[in-house]
Write a protein that binds this ligand. Structure first.
Ligand code: ADP
Length: 594
């Protein structure tokens, strides 16, 4: 089903493919609105045609036959036609906007929901993430496609057709002449305007060069003078200016060439048409009303015809945006739960890595990593940067899946449990605390949406955040995130620890911050972390010596392998061990950081 969709939208690159899908997905839900909008557009088209048609009656009855009694009816009907057209235009515009906005809203919701199902791996690829960010702004493309099709098809096409109808009805012979002569004329004009566009582009390019050169000179005037570059620069500029001047002259010639051509043609057309009309009126007694009505219809048909001609290009442009939206929506979530996945019951929260190997791409990042993080104990991962510690942590919530080997929680392979139930057992405190748009209370409550206010505040207290939160302008209801108050690094960290605490999950994954905080914040964050760590299974990427020293177990990693395992005493004694070396290296300089 997914892949079938994919084919229709992406596989077939045609505009019609995208169009079909957009209509299939949106048409039915808005059928009422569209019917209304189209009816309004039909009214617009018909009233426009009516104004052209009524010219005949005006000329013949009012001017030729001098029927005073008709004047009122004619004028009233013209007035009514205009009023009707105004209301119909209003009606269709409002109806289409409402539908359009609703389509945008629906796609935004759909995209957002879909973006969250995509794996962390997807966002790791810079291109994908970039597309994701951009595409959410492109949903408007879908609305534009829909509205363009409706407005153009219904209004312009209907108007055009009904005006042609008026023309043919009023004067079939002249209509035939128009149909034969118009295409070559339009083609000629299009050719000219194409060349004109090209020349304009070149002229803009050249004049921006001239401006750029001047600007450069002004900015670097000291250098110009010091190196006496004046005459050299002047020569260069003269050349540029001359080129720009020649180009603008060419534009003038090209654009004015339109005039002799169209005027000649128009003069010829108007003269011969007038001759024809007058001839018929004089010799065959045909009243001139039909002729004027015909000319009015012809003039009125020009605008819709032009818009219809441009429709293809505009549709293609809008379809590009729409296609990008669909590309993203069709992207399969890469990690699905296995069909027989079960919820994960947790008792001790003992985590075991067994022979786990992993690669983001081709280069192996983890090779046969095995270790146990005992339930209720703290396991510290240490090792040089790039050793694979963060990667180990990211495998536990299944942000990625191992290439081989298994990870167990209480003896259950996490590949066979539902991701939702697995993640419910985890709390995560990242190196860089992330706060979302919303209030402080909401940010803490993301840890567990059903937590009561009292529980949120209790967590904040435990995280040593309660006091500074109360000191904010609106306490717990103070907004944070992009448009909120500015909090210090330490305060943000304590909020993210409170978020982890309120979750009350048996497993805590912790990436200790490396960035330096001031001593006071540091102490508060440390105390908050201690609170968060008690009674849980903690896997921590440790940067502080104190964390490592107190850990129940230390797993030393290097180049994607576990090279040593033990506690501080045992590892420090291994005189040629990596841990002992790291430990000695760090100790004299900063006694509390590893
Ligand atoms: P540590 O946490 O020990 O510093 P990491 O697990 O962050 O180590 O990184 C281990 C290796 O994996 C490094 O070589 C790093 O360049 C690579 N790596 C980390 N994240 C990604 C990623 N998202 N995509 C590709 N390579 C990555």
């Amino acid at each position: 089903m997914e892949s079938a969709n994919k084919k229709s939208a992406v596989g077939s690159d045609s505009v019609t493919g995208v169009l079909k899908r957009i209509i299939a997905e949106n048409g039915r839900d808005h059928i009422g609105g569209y019917v209304f909008a189209i009816s309004c557009l039909v009214v617009v088209a018909l009233t426009t045609a009516f104004t052209a048609w009524i010219m005949k009656v005006i000329i013949d009855e009012a001017f030729a036959n001098r029927r005073a009694d008709m004047i009122w009816i004619i004028c009233l009907s013209i007035f009514l036609a205009f009023v009707l057209r105004g209301f119909a235009s209003y009606g269709q515009a409002v109806a289409l906007s409402r539908i359009g906005n609703n389509i945008v809203a629906r796609y935004q919701r759909r995209l957002y929901a879909h973006l969250m199902t995509l794996s962390v791996g997807f966002y790791n690829e810079a291109r994908s993430a970039h597309i994701a960010a951009r595409v959410s702004q492109n949903v408007g493309g879908i609305r534009d496609v829909m509205n363009m099709v409706i407005t153009s098809a219904a209004r312009d096409l209907l108007t055009f057709i009904s005006l042609i109808g008026v023309m043919v009805f009023q004067d079939p012979l002249l209509s035939l002449a128009v149909f034969i002569l118009a295409p070559p004329l339009l083609y000629g004009l299009r050719y000219l305007s194409k060349r004109l566009r090209q020349a304009t582009k070149e002229a803009i390019y050249l004049s921006s060069h001239v401006l750029g050169a001047m600007q450069e000179t002004i900015q670097g005037i000291a250098i110009v003078k010091a190196f006496t570059m004046e005459s050299e620069l002047q020569r260069k500029l003269n050349k540029l200016v001359a080129a720009a001047e020649a180009r603008t002259n060419r534009i003038a010639r090209l654009s004015e060439r339109n005039a002799p051509m169209t005027e000649t043609f128009a003069g010829f057309a108007v003269a011969s048409v007038l001759a024809y009309a007058a001839y018929r009126s004089i010799y065959h007694n045909v009243p001139p009303g039909a002729f004027f009505s015909f000319v009015t219809a012809l003039l009125l048909a020009y605008d819709p015809a032009r818009r219809l001609a441009r429709l293809q290009i505009q549709l293609e442009r809008a379809a590009v945006n729409a296609r990008m939206v669909y590309e993203l929506l069709d992207m399969e979530p890469r990690q699905r739960d296995l069909p027989d996945a079960k919820p994960l019951p947790v008792t001790d929260a003992r985590i075991e890595f067994r022979d786990v190997s992993f690669a983001y791409g081709v280069d192996p990042i983890l090779s046969n990593v095995s270790f146990v993080a005992e339930g209720g104990k703290t396991t510290a991962l240490v090792g040089p940067s790039g050793a694979g510690k963060s990667t180990v942590i990211s495998l536990i919530p299944r942000f990625f899946d191992p290439k081989s080997g298994q990870i167990f929680v209480d003896g259950q392979d996490i590949a066979h449990v539902t991701k939702q139930s697995l993640r419910e057992q985890l709390a995560y405190v990242s190196q860089q605390p992330y706060l979302f748009e919303g209030t402080i209370r909401e940010n803490i409550r993301y840890g567990r949406p059903e937590a009561s206010d009292a529980e949120v505040e209790e967590a904040a207290r435990l995280a040593y955040a309660h006091e500074f939160i109360l000191a904010q302008p609106n306490g717990y209801d103070t907004p944070v995130g992009e448009n909120g108050v500015t909090l210090s690094g330490g305060q943000r960290q304590r909020l993210s620890i409170a978020r982890a605490l309120v979750r009350n999950a048996p497993i805590l994954l912790l990436d200790e911050a490396t960035s330096a905080l001031d001593t006071e914040s540091e102490a508060a964050v440390q105390k908050a972390l201690d609170e968060a760590m008690t009674g849980r299974t903690v896997v921590v990427i440790a940067h502080r010596l104190s964390t490592v020293v107190r850990a129940d177990k230390i797993v030393v990693m290097q180049q994607g392998r576990v090279v040593e395992e033990g506690n501080h005493e045992t590892l420090a004694k291994l005189s040629d061990g990596l841990y002992a070396r790291l430990n000695n290296l760090q100790r004299p300089a900063a006694s509390d950081s590893l």
